[in-house]
Design a protein around this ligand. Sequence first.
Ligand code: HEM
Ligand code: HEM
Length: 221
Amino acid sequence: MAHGIIGSYHHSVVAMLAHVLFLTTAVLMLVWLLHYRGGINIRSEDPDQIFNVHPFVMSWGFILLIGEAILAYSTIPMDHRTQKMAHMLIHLVGLILGSFGVYAAFKFHDAVVAPDLVSLHSWLGITAISLFGLQWLFGFVTFWLPGAAHDRTRAAAVPVHVMAGLAIFLLAVCAAQTGLVQKSAGAASTGETKLINVTGVFILLYGVAVVSVVALRKEFL
Ligand code: HEM
Ligand code: HEM
């Protein structure tokens, strides 16, 4: 019992921390793209402005939102079904925005006539978004569609779903890190380099906080 109380206290502190990291990362990303990188515009004539849509949407719409979707079971004080609906819908928005963000990267490559899917970053990124799409479909069929899976199948699928979900989320965090490293090589000043570094550290800390919340939520007694 004592474990349960200590666990739940840690759990809410870490969940709160995750929200703070969420906001800080979102702001850092925006400051970087608007102040140092010349703005965000998918319809621009300037390839750099087209490119900037990519990190903006991938960080806000993919990494940060997926994290919040995972946290829904811990932070939304409602019944399990409502939490599940929020979890499912936020993931759907993440999937749509993530796909749009990847489209922006391809559009940028078209504009500067660069070959596609060459870098480690692009490999990690395309794998992350593809597995994410599959996980969403499996999750939808197994846990959302009424009667599509037996209760026993659902119960057996939960640990696999949680493990796969966390692995995909961490893969997305790695993709973001490698993407930042690539842009860091072309940074215009040490001020910009430092901002990129701090943003990377915050994305990593956010990832660790989200995974920790899931670990602390489980009853280990
Ligand atoms: C989890 C989030 C991310 C995913 C899934 C992702 C995915 C991708 C993909 C698939 C490409 C290849 C496009 C092509 O080959 O035409 C790409 C390109 C690129 N991304 Fe990301 N990205 C993510 C986050 C970021 C972030 C945060 C940055 C930071 C600046 C970034 C920087 C880049 C750069 C510089 C390119 C162009 C060069 C290259 O193809 O490697 N990405 N991204
Ligand atoms: C339609 C889509 C989805 C549905 C219906 C769904 C459903 C569920 C359900 C019912 C649980 C609760 C398991 C329990 O009782 O403990 C859960 C947990 C979880 N899901 Fe999903 N899921 C979906 C998509 C995803 C996606 C795309 C990811 C990540 C890439 C993901 C990651 C997770 C994680 C990490 C947990 C553990 C959360 C925690 O225990 O606090 N899910 N999901």
